[in-house]
Write a protein that binds this ligand. Structure first.
Ligand SMILES: *Cc1c(COP(=O)(O)O)cnc(C)c1O
Length: 414
């Protein structure tokens, strides 16, 4: 080794420090969230928050004993402390295949990739399917979960938004979807059950969507992370349809099993006509970037997926009860609640023509400042004129919040 001081350094690369975060990092910010975090509540009123994505914040939404015991047992065996294959253990992937076959989706372990949560699954699907450098775009729903746009933007992918129809149970505006697809479209992203809308699509609607994608020969990325949380409809997976359209389905344990912190998600490769050969290979390569996901949770996965049906029925019953209470309680002049069919949320329309506010962002900031009730404005999901509440609070909190909102609306209605 040459001692450093003997190396002659005659040219400097820079004369001053200039270290800057990469574009990918800068573009991974979630727009508006930072601003919303700076909102101040009324110091004289107890805060009621409906903003969280995390159901476990609430005492009556805890995961089941079976799920916890599966983890205790897995740790005790001492067998899950090493690396798994980057796509996941084969028997854990088999367990997901078995779980999906109960939903009519026929797969084997080779069609399944385990990921670090559904967000990581979505990240991999966008990365493998859409190439910003080839000018490709992805279609996403409006309103839609904020992660879609952020992930695409950070990967340099452009998004085009297709409209959902509030007065048609938030189904997709099929004409708009059809019209927005162009020759650079690499994938259509479908969110079902939907966050933030709470919609669950019928088989007929799913078949219409698939028909459009088939005509244009555009594959689908489906976010089915709420597949278990359905209380006013029947859930049908896109993977259960008879179609030749290739589909990547993203899902996981986070929401349905109430363990978002455990970070276990999956990608299901539904490929009836073998159109995904390079996509399969690409996904496997991408999993090697982080050498796969948590092996303890993978070890417990077969037990978790097999043991929980009563627990999930209870969770859905609680959600349905809360949705019913909220739907009644938020019938307020100037507002319009939309009854959800699934997921964890309810959307409430704000008729901005009737209030002294220009945007739902302004409305909800003022509501928080005066009444200490925190709800997300729909601007976060790409549209104005709505608010989103989460349905895991106690019924007392829902009623109390609706009373405060009634007073607030009376004060500011024109
Ligand atoms: C919460 C959520 C996710 C991310 O879930 P994780 O499994 O915790 O990464 C993905 N999509 C939607 C629609 C969500 O609401």
């Amino acid at each position: 080794m040459q001692p450093l001081r003997t190396i002659k350094m005659n040219v400097t690369a820079r004369t001053e420090w200039a270290v800057e975060a990469s574009k990918i990092a800068q573009n991974s910010e979630i727009p508006l969230m930072e601003t919303i975090r700076t909102w101040k509540a009324n110091p004289n009123k107890a805060i009621i928050s409906f903003t969280s994505e995390d159901p476990t914040d609430q005492y009556n939404f805890k995961t089941s004993k079976e799920t916890l015991n599966a983890i205790f047992h897995t740790i005790q065996t001492g067998k899950n402390n090493g690396y798994a294959p980057s796509v996941g253990y084969e028997n854990s992937r088999n367990a997901v295949a078995e779980y999906m076959s109960k939903k009519g989706v026929e797969l084997t372990a080779k069609d399944i990739i385990l990921c670090s949560g559904c967000s990581s699954a979505l990240d991999l699907c966008l990365t493998v399917m859409v190439d910003g450098r080839r000018n490709q775009n992805v279609l996403i729903p409006k309103p839609g979960f904020y992660l879609y746009k952020m992930l695409a933007k950070s990967l340099g992918i452009s998004v085009k938004e297709y409209d959902l129809l509030p007065n048609d149970d938030w189904q997709i505006n099929l004409y708009d979807l059809d019209r927005k697809i162009d020759s650079n479209t690499a994938a259509v992203l479908i969110s079902n059950p939907s966050n933030p809308c709470g919609s669950v699509y019928s088989t007929k609607h799913l078949l219409d969507i698939v028909e459009i994608c088939d005509r244009h020969k555009i594959p689908i990325i489906a976010d089915e992370s709420y597949d278990q949380l359905v209380f006013n409809a029947n859930f049908v997976s896109l993977g259960a349809l008879e179609t030749t359209v290739p589909i990547l389905i993203c899902g996981g344990l986070s929401k349905g099993f109430l363990v978002p912190g455990w970070r276990l998600g999956w990608i299901l490769i539904v490929d009836p006509i073998d159109a995904f050969q390079t996509i399969r290979k690409g996904l496997v390569s991408l999993t090697q970037r982080i050498i796969g996901c948590n092996t303890v949770i993978q070890g417990a996965l077969p037990t978790i997926l097999n043991a929980n049906s009563d627990f999930i029925d209870d969770v859905n019953e609680n959600l349905k009860k809360n949705a019913t209470v909220a739907f009644e309680a938020f019938q307020i002049d100037g507002l319009k609640p939309y009854m959800p069919q699934g997921a964890l949320h309810m959307i409430i329309g704000i008729d901005l023509n009737k209030f002294r506010f220009n945007t739902s962002m302004e409305f909800l900031q003022k509501f928080y400042e005066e009444e200490s009730v925190h709800c997300l404005p729909s601007e976060v999901f790409g549209v104005s004129g709505f608010m989103r509440i989460i349905l895991v609070n106690t019924t007392d909190e829902i009623i109390e919040a609706s009373e405060r909102l009634t007073n607030f609306c009376k004060k500011y209605i024109l």
